[in-house]
Ligand binder design. Structure first.
Ligand code: G6P
Ligand code: ZN
Length: 542
């Protein structure tokens, strides 16, 4: 029944920030997905007879790769595969299922917030037994393996019917098709005060959740509408579509503009939120106010004790380096640890496992906690709702009070997408070359305090990750960070992160881009973005 199929390596299977992401036609090349999946298995040890979780965000090519992965898991000796009905598992739900059922690991098929469809993006990511993305030592081993692989193993049986929940044994392996929502919804009920949220909603609190035709639709319908009683229609675009209805399932102010406009309108609901393709990101908008992901992290951490799952307090807060320092101030006030990691959720895994951090977050719209080992869009929505239900105040009130207590970190990210790769690398190289000469240099009122290329020393496993982004820190706490995205599939994306700390409550009402204007100008002066990229303005400002 098992076949060993000869194959030739592909040179371009290096996992990025979050697994291997390529255009669908790249994945459709002969044995391309098989090579990568076999390289994952070849980089692991001790999984014989163990369980593998498989699921994806429902995008184009999801079902095909799931069938391949199931057959390859059987031929490679896994004892059991758990797969979400319809091939669906949100990334946080997959993480939870790996943990709950003590699986050996999981394969998640997603390209997150990138568009889907026959000519759009697809991705494969491996998660380890703690439910989190594989650490670099495993992704490096996978990449090394892809360069020399010469065969893969696959069992020869008919495709599994993914649309019927149930268990069967095929080729000596159990295949269990599970409800993708049930276990996850039960976990959310343990963490949050559903009674209080239900009560708030029954008193007329209005929610609008945009699932962006992606994976969180079924989860949000079940949790927000059925279990919490939000009226039918509170969750929109709830059917996962292979092409996300032709949109980018990226919950930001550009791609969720309709929701944003509605939340800024006269008749806005009390709370607006959205999630991305695979359900791990979140966007939070109150009536008339967008909450930046960095502020959201700080506010959730400061108020987490209002939710039953965190009533004993939190151990520490971790954020990625480009995320604003707002959460550091919360950690300081709570007297708990604060950690600064490179971009990528995988860097939080050790801190969570070691109990050093309880809540983590990134500027890229990811927030989560130790309940799973991925960021979790609906979790952030539910923690916000729990806080709103307990405090009985509006989102805007809570944000303004937070700024008054801690100061405001004005923050914005400017993205230059689809830039020529050589030009982008050249820009970063030139910045590296300037690092030593920058400290002490004055630009208007701003003086550079330090400048470096961020390196992370993991306090748990002592590993070191270098070249994680150029930081230019100014006296007084403002900063500009430059980094190239690790998740794109065509050309390069330059990200410029701009931050200014403002302690004075009388100056908390400025328009963000205005408040940052001098720093934006200095970023241009130092990095010469316009002439190096050929772009006059960023493609996306968040
Ligand atoms: C993925 C990762 C995140 C990361 C984000 C941005 O969503 O899971 O941890 O912050 O990508 O990555 P990029 O390299 O595109 O800035
Ligand atoms: Zn995602």
């Amino acid at each position: 029944m098992n076949k060993t199929v000869p194959t030739k390596p592909y040179p371009d299977q290096k996992p990025g920030t979050s697994g291997l992401r390529k255009k669908v036609p790249v994945f459709q090349q002969q044995d391309y997905a098989e090579n990568f999946i076999q390289s994952i298995f070849d980089s692991l040890e001790g999984f014989a007879g163990k369980t593998l979780v498989i699921g994806g965000d429902g995008r184009y090519y999801n079902r095909e790769v799931i069938q391949k992965a199931i057959k390859m898991a059987a031929a490679n000796g896994f004892g059991k595969v758990m797969v979400g009905k319809g091939g669906i598992l949100s990334t946080p739900a997959a993480s939870h299922i790996i943990r709950k059922y003590k699986a050996f690991g999981g394969i998640i098929l997603s390209a997150s917030h990138n568009p889907g469809g026959p000519t759009e993006d697809f991705g494969i990511k491996y998660n380890i037994g703690n439910g989190g993305p594989a650490p670099e030592k495993i992704t490096d081993a996978i990449f090394a393996r892809t360069k020399v692989i010469d065969s893969y193993k696959i069992a020869d049986f008919a495709d599994i019917n993914l649309d019927v929940i149930g268990k069967q044994t095929i080729a000596g392996m159990i295949v269990s098709v599970i409800d993708p929502v049930e276990d996850y919804a039960a976990l959310m009920e343990e963490l949050f005060d559903f009674g209080a949220i239900r009560n708030m909603i029954s008193l007329g609190f209005r929610i609008c959740f945009d699932a962006m035709s992606a994976v969180t639709g079924p989860y949000a319908k079940e949790i927000l509408e059925i279990r919490l009683g939000a009226p039918n229609g509170s969750v929109r675009n709830f059917m996962p579509l292979p092409d996300f209805g032709g949109h980018h399932p990226d919950p930001n102010l550009v791609h969720a503009k309709e929701l944003y406009d509605e939340m800024m309108g006269e008749d806005a609901p009390d709370f607006g939120a959205a999630s991305d393709g695979d359900g791990d990101r979140n966007l939070i908008i109150g009536k008339g106010i967008f909450v930046t992901p960095s502020d959201s992290l700080a506010i959730l951490a400061a108020n987490a004790n209002l939710a039953p799952g965190y009533s004993a307090g939190i151990a520490g807060i971790a954020r990625s380096m480009p995320t604003s320092g707002a959460s550091d101030r919360v950690a300081e006030k709570l007297g708990i640890g604060s950690y600064e990691t490179p971009t990528g959720w995988k860097f939080f895994g050790n801190l969570l496992d070691a109990g050093l951090a309880t809540i983590c977050g990134e500027e890229s719209a990811g927030t989560g906690s130790n309940h799973v080992r991925e960021k979790d869009g609906l979790w952030a929505v539910l923690l916000w709702l729990n806080i709103l239900a307990v405090r009985g105040e509006s989102v805007a009130d809570i944000v303004h009070q937070h700024w008054a207590a801690y100061g405001r970190n004005y923050y914005s990210r400017h993205d230059y997408e689809g830039v020529d790769t050589d030009a982008a690398n050249g820009l970063v190289e030139a910045l590296r070359g300037k690092l030593d000469s920058l400290p002490g240099t004055q630009f208007g009122n701003l003086t550079v305090a330090t400048a470096d290329d961020f390196a992370y020393h993991d306090p748990v496993d002592k590993s070191v990750s270098k070249n994680q982004g150029i930081r230019i820190l100014f006296e007084g706490g403002s900063r500009v960070v430059f980094r190239l995205s690790g998740t794109g599939t065509s050309g390069a994306t330059l990200r410029v992160y701009i931050e200014r700390y403002e302690p004075d409550p009388n100056r908390h009402g400025l328009e963000t881009q205005e408040a940052l204007a001098d720093l934006i100008a200095v970023a241009e002066t130092i990095a010469v973005i316009r002439s190096r990229t050929g772009r006059d303005t960023p493609s996306v400002i968040t």
